[in-house]
Structures are given as C-alpha cells and as structure tokens.
Design a protein around this ligand. Structure first.
Ligand SMILES: [Zn+2]
Length: 215
C-alpha cells in the first residue's frame, strides 16, 4: 500500500519539519525567508527575548563582580559595567545581515568575532572610561570574554589572528552556574547593605572590602 495519500502526508510532514527549524532556530536568522510583517515581528521579539536571556548571565556576573571588587554606592559603575558586558554581543544583531548579504567577512564579523577581541575590549574600556569608572568597564569586558571563553571560545586576537580560542563547557550549564553565583552575591550584598553588615570571608576572616586596595 504505497499509494499517493501516504506520499502526500509524507511530503506535508517534510514541509513542516523543514519549515520548523527556520521558524524556531535561535542561531540562523531567516533573512531571506522573512515574508510577512507578522513573521518579522515574531522573529524580532524572539531575538530580543533570546538576547536578553543570553545577555543576562553577562550582566549579572559583571554587576556581582563590581559589587565584590569595587563596592561602590554610586550607580555609574553598574551602568558602565552593564554596557561593557552587553555591547560585545551586539554583533549578533548588527552584523548578521551584512554577513548574509556578503558585505563583510563572515569569520571576523560573525558572533564572537571582532567585538570579542582584545583590541575591541580596550577601545570599549577607553570609550566607557570617558563617562564612568574605567575599572567597571574592564570588569564588564573581562567577565564577558571569560564566560564566552569557557563556552565555545572567542576570537581574542583579531586582527592579528582570526583563530577561535577557548574551551567547550556546556553553554547552558556554565551560564546557569554563573547566574546562580552572581544572583547569590547580589542578593547577599543587597541584604548586607540593607542591614548594614560588613561582609567578611567566613573561612579566612579576611575583609572582602577591597576599596582601599583599588583606590
Ligand atoms: Zn559574547
């Protein structure tokens, strides 16, 4: 019984399974397949939501590190570190369509390319240093590069070397651990501030307040 109905169903199923990855893929923007306003809107919303989820660990980690290392009460260091930690991933949005159309090199400008290089990091710190504490910018860039280094690698040495450097720890697990640690630090810090408790290391008794060392 290999009649046409089965073939039609099979073809329909193939069409659906072929269409699904394009519709739900988080990595490959379907620029060419984007045909309707509704689809474009859904894709845009999905991209923004996914980028927020993906940038979350970077932002939380950098804020936790600023809390631990700089311990500032002003808001500027936190704004600066959030910018420094999230700007590198703008490459996902900025350059994808240019690569897709062949205007720029896919290796250098692809995600985790030029915006994840040391040269770009130094430039970003220099620019953000004009509007806020440069140490907070360093923390944002450094923590972003470290996390990406662990979860697949970054092209650290563009333009000298386009190679990808890093390790291949599980992306979801590593980011989940970073998020839990960062949220715990932030939560404890906020509680300590609220109840005016001075945080000291439980194990060594060493004062974790590093303000005097970093000034
Ligand atoms: Zn990144």
């Amino acid at each position: 019984m290999q009649g046409p109905p089965l073939d039609r169903r099979g073809a329909a199923r193939r069409r659906v399974t072929n269409a699904l990855p394009a519709a739900i893929s988080l990595d490959r923007p379907p620029f060419i397949r984007r045909t309707s306003f509704k689809y474009g809107l859904l894709y845009g919303l999905k991209t923004i939501l996914w980028d927020m989820v993906a940038d979350g660990p970077h932002i939380l980690l950098s804020m936790a590190l600023v809390f631990l290392l700089l311990r500032k009460r002003r808001v500027e260091p936190y704004f600066v570190t959030v910018l420094a930690a999230s700007i590198p991933d703008a490459d996902k949005v900025l350059f994808s369509s240019l690569i897709e159309r062949g205007y720029v090199d896919g290796v250098i400008w692809f995600h985790r390319g030029v915006t994840h290089s040391l040269v770009f990091g130094v430039l970003l710190v220099a620019v953000l240093g004009l509007v806020g504490p440069w140490r907070a910018a360093v923390i944002g860039v450094f923590s972003h590069l470290c996390l990406d280094f662990l979860t697949g690698g970054v092209r650290l040495f563009i333009p000298l070397d386009n190679g990808l450097y890093g390790l291949k720890f599980d992306w979801v697990l590593t980011n989940a651990v970073a998020t839990v640690v960062a949220v715990t630090v932030l939560f404890v810090e906020l509680l300590a501030r609220k109840y005016r408790v001075r945080i000291r290391s439980v194990l060594t008794g060493i004062d974790l307040d590093l303000r005097n060392h970093l000034k």
